[in-house]
Design a protein around this ligand. Structure first.
Ligand SMILES: NC(=O)c1ccc[n+]([C@@H]2O[C@H](COP(=O)([O-])OP(=O)(O)OC[C@H]3O[C@@H](n4cnc5c(N)ncnc54)[C@H](OP(=O)(O)O)[C@@H]3O)[C@@H](O)[C@H]2O)c1
Length: 228
């Protein structure tokens, strides 16, 4: 249950009650989640992406997500974690074994992805897995050395995020903050406000959405520059 009650501590989501009227939300549902003309590949050695509950940082429940399907969030996740400027290059996606097993066939088989799974139990590479790593460090060094990779994403789960965010090479954490209480058995660790700050990216929408009664919004936390 690590990370429970920590998310948002010191880092506030910036959600404004004045934007929560249902009419505005409905109009927001027609908004694209990104501007294709402005989208740039992520900078830094690697980035992480997560959807979490604003109440307790819940990210998973019984091997799946705690909330009903959020199609705009899925579009955002799919776009960012497979976007390259060079069409011959790919995005490395690093996941723990359970997150890999929870993924859909469409996510696993995407041609622009190189899939790295962290596991001590996987003996044989399943279909669409490009590398099995015994540790996060091994996963990262394989990913950073992969010749056909343009960028590297960390996709969870809980311990993998924790180790990733403790690395100075983790540039940004892309958070989908889902408003509400959901039954969860896996939680996101603290985003350390000493190390990360809330930033905006002009290519990405950060206004709230609502789908099937669930409200959520996209936020970006970026590693603070090191003061010499
Ligand atoms: N909301 C979101 O954005 C989001 C993102 C990701 C996942 N999830 C959800 O979270 C749940 C899965 O996450 P989880 O935290 O339970 O599991 P996980 O991190 O995906 O997988 C855990 C497994 O990964 C391997 N592993 C992880 N860290 C390792 C390390 N440092 N060294 C060696 N092996 C390591 C181990 O595999 P072996 O047992 O094979 O050794 C471990 O049992 C699911 O419910 C999923 O849907 C949600």
């Amino acid at each position: 249950m690590q990370g429970r009650h920590h998310v948002g501590h010191g880092i506030q989501c910036g959600y404004s009650a004045s934007t929560s009227s249902h009419g505005i939300m409905e109009r927001m549902n027609n908004v694209q989640v990104y501007d294709p003309a402005k989208l740039q590949p992520p900078t830094g050695k690697f980035n992480a992406i997560v959807a979490l509950s604003d109440r307790d940082g819940g990210i998973g429940n019984k091997g799946t997500l705690p909330w009903p399907k959020l199609s705009k969030d899925l579009e955002y996740y799919q776009t960012l974690t497979s976007f390259t400027t060079d069409p011959s290059k790919k995005c490395v996606n690093i996941r723990g074994r359970l997150t890999w097993e929870a993924g859909t066939a469409a996510v696993k088989s995407h041609p622009r992805r190189l899939n790295v799974v962290i596991s001590s139990k996987m003996a044989k590479r399943p279909e669409h897995v490009h590398h099995i790593a015994k540790s996060f460090e091994e996963a990262l060094s394989w990913s950073l050395a992969a010749e056909d990779a343009e960028n590297v994403w960390v996709l969870g789960g809980s311990n993998v995020y924790k180790t990733a965010m403790s690395s100075p090479l983790c540039h940004r954490v892309y958070v989908t903050r889902v408003f509400g209480e959901f039954e969860s058995d896996v939680f996101f660790p603290e985003i350390d406000p000493e190390k990360f700050q809330h930033v905006r990216d002009e290519a990405l929408v950060d206004t709230p959405f609502e789908e099937n009664g669930t409200r959520y919004q996209f936020e970006i936390y970026e590693r603070k520059p090191v003061v010499q």
